[in-house]
Design a protein around this ligand. Structure first.
Ligand SMILES: *Cc1c(COP(=O)(O)O)cnc(C)c1O
Length: 736
């Protein structure tokens, strides 16, 4: 089967590859390897040094590879053949995809999906956190499910910042400098075979936007880039930095994403049947599409109605203050000329005053343009990212919406996040294929069979993943502490610290204050008793970045760092620098417990806890976001209840007490209760429930079923299938 949406590209940088291994080129330029660990291992063997430095297949091929020993190595050649065969089979498959099977006809398409960030792999740092990782997982799953789909985003050559923490605990920021020639992306070609450029008018000049293609399995993602020689020195950096701080630069960025994205699709002859805005950063695509319709002779009202009819929007924050806003004057000055032509009504454009009216926030502040309100008013369907979030979001935005915001709870792409030892176990005992959650696997309801996972092997698989984490974390901490100038004896201690036998609790997320990363440190005496227990010790691994502008968040990092180096907690509390998808993989696969302590209801969903649970790691979390619906009573622990105290201090205190109580009376005793072989049987009962209750229900496969049936089909004008229930959660969501 042909790829569902094809985007022509120009050749990449010259890479010399022996003809027998030519398939490596195709594989390197398809992010399929991002969810196939064995494909990454193959590229690592091509050039181990280059791999260690970049973790990037294209970089490995670009280094001066010594091909002779590889060609002479029968094992390498056999692995290559096997992978290439699987890769080609993946691309060719999909003709019997779930939609056609279920509904008897092809899913209309394509769906255009816009997002400001994509977390596809750690080597392409065009994401900052959960939103990007969700977009990456959504894209990968669209490919797995053969959904006609095209992503649109920005190519940030300086990405998001890389974090180091200095010896005083201060977060330091450094921006990488990506050379697109080393990334798994190719320049997109226009109809004449030259590099595609699309224009975006800004005051007094026209910015020229280059387009790159990241191919994610069967799904292309278009990445827009203003760093081209045609642009002035002032405009080339528009797309350099993700979530750039300057407001005007940020507005330019979002105009390039929304307007440039529509124009890139048009230039490629791609005609989406549905436009999906994942978060409001891309909202100007709605204005651009209205402008097109008016330019073609339509009335402004009709144009906006038409745009609304086939657009859908996913909201990601519970409260209005968390959303993107611009000064209305700035929007009028910067975006006005672009949308209303020469500024006079009736000259074919969309009056900027109309755009500003549509972007009036719920607070009614006419001085602000609110991207979320604009998106909500101009989309036919919208959804929040968990059930609890839908309640909060509807309460916040009900004044401006005519249809309720649906709940489509987030999920994760299991093949990207489940460790190989666990995965092999699922395949062996449950007849499960994580690459094909929809087909045979779903039909066999493998989550009902987790009872078949034998205690001993389940525990061994977990311990293998935990050892990998220990090894990785020791290496990272050694580099960090050596850089701080720690004494050799301190560095030597690391060899015996982070022992896999010790109950290990992970906490990794953006350090925003509402996430309350410091909650566990509230009663230092009680914590010290826990971690120093000679028979049943506990250790913690923290990781996470704070936004460069978030001083209080950086303060939390400093506080935790200080404690981790202080006398009382040293050797039991660690903080890893530069949290990214790689660290996330090690942590969610290798810790025993995943702790999350947000202030309810401020966490819209969260997804790292889903990744952990799918690896058999137990969540210990406040009933917020996904955990409010994910907790079953026997698959982990709930901190606190569903009541929230308006007095934040009192709530924090109560939650801290409950956290200590759970650790002391539930988590620690259960973990250390072993049978004669050292296996924690009672613990493993919870592990099985964690796997069973999340592997389908919090998968992006289940999530995409819902997006298709509850949002995409209605927006595409296709009547809802009989078997679908419209507003209610799709029956498959109740499985598991
Ligand atoms: C999964 C992931 C996230 C999102 O996790 P939360 O649960 O929202 O904290 C953020 N960053 C990275 C690197 C991830 O892999």
């Amino acid at each position: 089967m042909e790829p569902l949406v094809t985007v022509p590209t120009l050749p990449g940088p010259p890479i010399r590859i022996p003809p027998q291994l030519e398939g490596l080129r195709r594989m390197a330029y398809n992010l399929w390897w991002a969810w196939h660990a064995d494909a990454r291992r193959l590229f690592a063997r091509v050039d181990p040094d280059a791999w260690t430095r970049h973790h990037s297949p294209v970089s490995a091929l670009l280094s001066s590879v010594d091909w002779v020993p590889l060609l002479a190595d029968p094992r390498f050649m056999a692995e290559y053949d096997d992978l290439l065969r699987r890769f080609d089979a993946y691309l060719a498959g999909g003709s019997d995809h779930w939609f056609a099977r279920k509904h008897g006809h092809e899913l209309p398409g394509p769906i255009a999906y816009f997002c400001a960030e994509y977390g596809l792999h750690e080597s392409i740092g065009i994401y900052s956190g959960g939103l990007g990782v969700l977009a990456g997982d959504h894209t990968k799953t669209a490919s797995d499910m053969a959904i006609p789909f095209v992503g649109v985003g920005l190519l940030y050559r300086n990405g998001y910042f890389r974090q180091t923490i200095d010896a005083d605990g201060h977060q330091e920021h450094a921006y990488p400098d990506y050379d697109p020639a080393t990334l798994p992306i190719l320049p997109v070609a226009d109809a004449t075979g030259g590099p595609l450029r699309v224009p975006v008018e800004l005051p007094g000049r026209t910015v020229s936007v280059a387009v790159w293609r990241a191919q994610v399995g069967r799904t292309p993602v278009l990445l827009l880039d203003t760093d081209v020689p045609d642009n002035s020195e002032a405009d080339r950096p528009i797309t350099h930095i993700l979530y750039v701080r300057g407001r005007e630069m940020r507005l330019h960025q979002e105009l390039v994403l929304g307007v440039g994205g529509v124009r890139a699709l048009r230039a490629l002859g791609i005609s989406p049947v549905v436009w999906h805005l994942n978060e409001g950063h891309s909202a100007f695509l709605l204005a651009e599409r209205a402008r097109e319709l008016v330019a073609a002779g339509g009335r402004v009202d009709d144009a906006f109605a038409a745009v609304k009819n086939d657009s859908v929007f996913t909201i990601h924050t519970p409260v209005s203050a968390g959303n993107e806003r611009f000064d209305a004057d700035l929007v009028r000055r910067v975006a006005g000329p672009l949308f209303d032509g020469d500024g006079r009504p009736g000259t074919g454009g969309v009056p900027i005053s109309t755009i500003l009216d549509l972007g009036l926030g719920v607070e009614g502040d006419r001085g602000q343009f609110d991207m979320t309100s604009f998106s909500l008013r101009l989309t036919k369907g919208s959804n929040a990212v968990s059930r609890l979030h839908a309640r909060t979001a509807n309460a916040t935005w009900h004044p401006i919406i005519d249809e309720p915001i649906l709940a489509v709870t987030n999920g994760v792409h299991a093949p990207s996040w489940v460790g190989v030892p666990m995965r092999e176990l699922y395949e062996r005992y449950l007849d499960a294929d994580l690459d094909d959650l929809d087909g045979r696997t779903n039909g066999s309801r493998f989550w009902d069979k987790v009872g078949r996972l034998p205690d001993k092997e389940l525990w061994e698989a977990h311990i293998r993943q935990k050892r990998d984490l220990t090894h990785f974390a020791r290496g990272r901490l050694l580099r960090q502490l050596a850089r701080h100038g720690e004494a050799p004896s301190v560095l030597a201690d690391l060899e015996t610290e982070l022992e896999p036998e010790i109950l290990t609790i992970g906490f990794a997320r953006r350090f925003a204050t509402y996430k309350r990363a410091s909650l566990i440190f509230r009663d230092m005496d009680r914590l010290a008793l826990l971690i120093d227990d000679p028979d049943r010790p506990v250790q913690f691994i923290f990781a996470g970045k704070a936004h460069p502008a978030d001083r209080p968040g950086q303060q939390v990092i400093q506080d935790i760092f200080g404690r981790s180096r202080g006398d009382r907690l040293r050797g039991r509390v660690f903080i890893l620098e530069d949290y990214d998808m790689r660290i996330a993989r090690y942590l969610v696969q290798g810790v025993d417990v995943w702790m999350n302590t947000p202030r309810r209801p401020l966490e819209a969903s969260g997804t790292s806890g889903m990744k952990a649970a799918q690896n058999g790691v137990l969540n210990l979390s406040v009933l917020d976001g996904w955990w409010d619906e994910g907790w079953t009573g026997d698959n982990g622990w709930a901190i606190g209840g569903r009541e929230t105290d308006p007095d934040e201090g009192a709530q924090d205190y109560a939650d801290a007490l409950d956290l200590y109580r759970l650790l002391e009376t539930e988590v620690v005793p259960r973990y250390y209760e072993r049978d004669a072989n050292g296996v924690p049987r009672a613990w493993l009962q919870l592990v099985r429930s964690a796997i069973a209750s999340t592997i389908w229900r919090f998968s992006t496969t289940r999530m995409l079923h819902e997006y298709v049936e509850r949002l995409y089909l209605p927006a595409a004008g296709v009547p809802l299938p009989e078997s679908s229930t419209g507003g209610a959660p799709h029956p498959v969501t109740e499985a598991g």
